[in-house]
Design a protein. Structure first.
Length: 452
């Protein structure tokens, strides 16, 4: 995976430094809210059908950007996974242990998120607010919406039918219907087959590997162009939403922010110290003290991958062996995405609560699985959380119109959550390295050398 550019680096000569995306999103939200308040139903101007139609057209433009994000994210996840298999070699036993530790961490993260959402039910505060906005964009009511895929089993308790849906009947169908889990399964098979073909020298795969790497870079560049339009999409959708519902639509945003932050902090401040003590026999004081530089760097750069050099130095201070540190921070970082997977799943469940779409245990598992796979698929790519969130929301059953309405409403606080996600991901890298390494071995006593 390519390492993103250092956010703090100087721009090349002759280029202007652009404002960070979160600044642009906030500016878009503020301008959109102001425009909607002035031109909307509750504004100072008398009602005018032309202005209402103008705001509706703005909302339709926002839908186009979200659709483009979903369309490009699926192939990027596919080729990124294949590329990772082609470049990375981990011994089988080592990989199983790494995957087991990562799976345990993310399972606890999901348990925390699901418990918070199920107990507090913060999405209920938004009930009745989103449906009219979705309907105005041409979307169907959530309870009436069905998948466009004719093979989708719908609501059923038949485990075999649910599993069979994710085993694709063709290689094209999952890409057509943005079926993320099926796409990841195909990518895993393709990655393993590519590696076995190269290892057994059945064919020269070097050209194919370079082609896959090139496609990853091309798709990243395409996504960068679409992401650059996200602030405009936020402006457009927020203007339409505020124009129809007033500024009160943001009054409950703090509920989502508080719930997401609580989930991230509980996982980072309770579970991680427990694992560090249990598997590495290191105290929380030692872990947080020696790892503070890495966590603060992750918070400031909003990138766990850009923080890898600092993470390695902090692990060295804790006495973690170099092989374990490199495996967890450089290779395993594609799996150590507790922050992003926890946030994506909580956001999806929050919105399904707001739309009155009760999810059973099986459906919640699908959302969790989609969050894990999406996070692992494009780890290290700038703005990964923004790129994969529409895919996870789609896995939860939200229509493109529902995603187009909900996403801009969440983005104004996403810049806060994004930094916490990065900090949690950095901590996850260090925790996995410590767990892989085990208890620190005592230093061998120095041999006394007699004076000559």
């Amino acid at each position: 995976m390519p390492v993103p550019e250092n956010p703090g680096a100087e721009p090349p000569n002759g280029t202007r430094r652009r404002a960070p995306l979160w600044v642009q999103v906030l500016a878009g939200a503020l301008i959109g809210a102001t425009l909607g308040a002035l031109l909307g139903k509750e504004g100072p101007l008398p009602p005018d059908p032309a202005r209402a139609e103008f705001l509706k057209s703005l909302g339709a433009l926002g839908v186009l950007v979200i659709k483009a994000l979903r369309a490009l994210a699926v192939p990027l996840v596919f080729f990124a996974i294949v590329d990772a298999f082609a470049k990375t070699h981990i011994p089988a036993r080592r990989f199983v242990r790494l995957a087991g530790i990562c799976l345990l961490n993310v399972t606890v993260a999901m348990a925390i998120g699901l418990t918070l959402l199920g107990t507090l039910r913060p999405g209920d505060a938004w009930k009745g607010r989103l449906e009219p906005m979705i309907a105005s964009l041409g979307g169907k009511a959530p309870e009436a919406r069905k998948s466009d895929d004719a093979e989708a089993p719908g609501a059923t308790l038949d485990v075999l039918a649910n599993v069979a849906y994710y085993v694709p009947s063709s290689l094209v169908r999952p890409f057509v219907y943005n079926n993320l889990i099926s796409v990841v399964l195909i990518a895993l098979l393709a990655g393993v087959a590519l590696r076995r073909t190269a290892a057994r020298r059945l064919a020269d795969t070097s050209g194919l590997e370079r082609g896959v790497e090139a496609l990853v870079h091309v798709l990243q560049q395409m996504l960068e162009l679409v992401v650059a339009a996200v602030p405009l999409a936020v402006l457009a959708v927020v203007a339409k939403v505020v124009g129809e519902s007033g500024l009160s639509v943001f009054s409950m945003l703090w509920v989502f922010l508080a719930t997401a932050v609580a989930g991230l902090l509980l996982h980072a401040l309770l579970w991680y110290p427990l694992v560090v003590w249990w598997r590495g026999r290191r105290t929380p004081k030692e872990f947080f003290g020696a790892g503070a530089d890495a966590v603060l760097t992750g918070l400031s750069t909003n990138s766990s991958l850009a923080t890898v050099p600092v993470t390695l130095r902090c692990l060295d201070r804790m006495g973690v062996s170099a092989p374990s540190a490199r495996l967890a921070a450089c290779v395993g970082t594609n799996l150590n995405n507790d922050g992003i997977t926890l946030y994506e799943a909580m956001a999806a469940l929050f919105l399904t609560q707001a739309l009155g779409m009760p999810l059973g245990l099986g459906q919640q598992f699908v959302v969790v699985a989609a969050s894990i796979m999406a996070g692992a698929g494009i780890a290290g790519i700038p703005e990964a959380g923004l790129i994969v969130l529409p895919l996870v929301l789609g896995a939860a059953g939200l229509s493109p119109e529902a995603v187009a309405v909900a996403l801009p409403l969440l983005l104004p606080v996403d810049w806060i959550i994004a930094r916490l996600r990065s900090g949690v991901n950095v901590m996850s890298d260090m925790v996995v390295a410590i767990a892989l390494d085990g208890p620190r071995r005592p230093a061998e006593p120095a041999t006394d050398v007699p004076d000559v």
